[in-house]
Design a protein around this ligand. Structure first.
Ligand SMILES: Nc1nc2c(ncn2[C@@H]2O[C@H](COP(=O)(O)OP(=O)(O)OP(=O)(O)O)[C@@H](O)[C@H]2O)c(=O)[nH]1
Ligand SMILES: [Mg+2]
Length: 301
């Protein structure tokens, strides 16, 4: 995973190592670094901001002979990224669910994202994880638009022995969500996961529909699902959803096939929202907790 991004980090470190810190040499190394960030799917604005931050933090720095300049650059890079990830914070969603469950109220999670990013699969994976943690789960088939969407979620649910709340195609997804909440309350279910559509006639329709579900259902948590392989598109989608609907955290899918890895950095940087999990395959167990520290550590290893 993320080999390209790791390469970008190690190449700036070695460029600096060979030539010592400072002046045009550093400028060139930073410029090359910026290009490789962009090539690793870090959004251009983010790559620029990050490079400028590192450059600023290196200004006037004198490196002792005994100190490896590459290490200094590495530290600065990590510090800038750590600051961005720290600002986004982290969420212990299991703890939040547990707390609400104790109060006897279902914790409602809405899954959002453009078509094909992996929402429905992620709902199933997340349900599987919740079951393993000992929570009761119900799903709501909020994608009433795409033919086959309700059956797709129901098939996953059958395999995981879960109940799906659904209506017919064309029904109002907000009403499906509300049914889900009523069901979860009546049956004392700990957590309701609402799947949604990823495509409508226009993105504006989609945003309006998602906003309506939010108004009606008042979810406790909104998860934006992005396909890591779509790189810069994932970042524009994150901005779109963040501005028009709002979300509380992200899951990046298909990280198993992603050699670039920039999407995580960009989404956190641009939206200020944390990444909670990575999708790392098509199986139900292929959902890995995202650990910002480990992620940054592995980039600079
Ligand atoms: N390799 C890999 N494939 C994944 C991952 N997550 C989802 N997929 C695959 O991506 C494809 C699309 O997933 P869906 O869950 O149907 O995506 P969706 O967002 O619900 O799509 P729409 O319902 O059309 O909006 C499926 O073939 C999934 O198996 C992942 O983490 N890794
Ligand atoms: Mg779907």
């Amino acid at each position: 995973m993320f080999d390209r991004l790791k390469q970008a980090f190690s190449s700036i470190a070695s460029a600096v190592k060979e030539k010592q810190l400072g002046g045009q040499v550093l400028d060139k190394a930073l410029f090359d670094f910026q290009i490789s960030l962009i090539e690793s799917d870090v959004a251009q604005t983010v790559a620029e901001a990050l490079t400028a931050e590192v450059q600023k933090s290196l200004e006037g720095i004198k490196v002792e002979r005994s100190v490896d300049p590459a290490e200094v650059v590495g530290e600065r890079l990590t510090a800038s990224l750590e600051a961005a990830f720290a600002k986004a914070g982290s969420v212990d969603i299991m703890a939040n669910i547990r707390e609400k469950a104790k109060a006897g109220d279902p914790y409602v999670i809405l899954f959002l994202g453009i078509n094909g990013t992996g929402k429905t699969t992620t709902v199933a994976k997340f349900a599987n994880l919740l079951k393993k943690e000992g929570f009761s789960v119900v799903c709501a088939a909020g994608d009433t638009h795409r033919p086959g969407a309700i059956e797709q979620l129901s098939e996953h649910a059958d395999r995981l022995s879960l109940k799906v709340v659904s209506q017919r195609y064309g029904a109002d997804p907000a009403a499906v969500g509300r049914d889900g909440v009523l069901y979860a309350k009546a049956h004392h279910v700990d957590c309701l996961l609402i799947d949604t559509a990823g495509r409508m006639q226009t993105n504006q329709n989609l945003m309006e529909e998602m906003s309506k579900i939010c108004r009606v259902v008042k979810p406790d948590f909104r998860i934006f699902v992005a396909d890591a392989l779509t790189g810069n598109d994932a970042v524009s989608q994150a901005q779109l959803f963040n501005q028009h609907v709002g979300f509380d955290g992200a899951i990046l899918t298909k990280a198993d096939a992603d050699v670039r890895g920039g999407a995580a950095i960009s989404i956190v940087y641009v939206t200020g929202k944390p990444v909670l999990f990575l999708g790392v395959g098509q199986g139900y167990d292929d959902l890995a907790q995202f650990n910002a520290k480990a992620f940054l550590g592995s980039l600079l290893a």
